[in-house]
Design a protein around this ligand. Structure first.
Ligand code: FE
Ligand code: ZN
Ligand code: FE
Ligand code: FE
Length: 169
């Protein structure tokens, strides 16, 4: 497939590169977040999303191949900062339940960042009439959204209350 290098196409490629870097950085951070978590459901959520992240990187590589672009050459500074914040929580002393709550907050910041970018990317694929990329980006966007809502459920139904009680002890 040959790609016309019009303006939006360049934005598309630039944001794909940003997301590729973001996902690669997250792939290294998620095991550390899992190890820092105490709640078993939270640990599983991080593990599950680690597997999904591997698949998402594969999808991005597929899109780059179709577009005939190399994925590298850019570092996502936003993800770097979000992961830096997660590391601050990991290194912090404190009650395990409270750390779990803070880890969820850090993880949801990551998911929202991803949702914003994949939402834009999917919209670009649609207007560029790139059906194959659209399908792949749609699938990833759905995974990011469900990862985010699983974290919301864990926080609001269990972990926030445990964190509150930990402080009362
Ligand atoms: Fe992702
Ligand atoms: Zn970025
Ligand atoms: Fe910001
Ligand atoms: Fe994600």
């Amino acid at each position: 497939m040959s790609v016309k290098l019009d303006a939006l196409n360049k934005v598309f490629v630039a944001q794909l590169k940003d997301m590729y870097s973001a996902e690669k950085q997250l792939l290294e951070a998620l095991p550390r977040m899992r190890d820092a978590a105490t709640n078993s459901k939270l640990k599983s959520a991080f593990d599950e999303h680690l597997k999904e992240t591997q698949g998402q990187i594969g999808r991005l590589e597929g899109i780059f191949k179709t577009l005939d672009f190399e994925p590298g050459g850019h570092r996502c500074k936003a993800m770097e900062g979000l992961i830096e914040e997660a590391k601050e929580i990991i290194d912090e002393d404190g009650e395990p339940e409270a750390k779990d709550a803070a880890l969820i907050c850090a993880a949801q910041k990551v998911e929202h960042y991803e949702i914003a970018t994949y939402g834009s990317l999917r919209a670009y694929a649609r207007v560029l009439d790139d059906d194959e990329s659209y399908k792949l980006l749609h699938k990833t966007l759905e995974e990011e959204r469900s990862a985010d809502s699983l974290l919301t459920d864990l926080a609001e139904n269990t972990i926030n209350r445990l964190a509150m009680l930990a402080a009362a002890n």
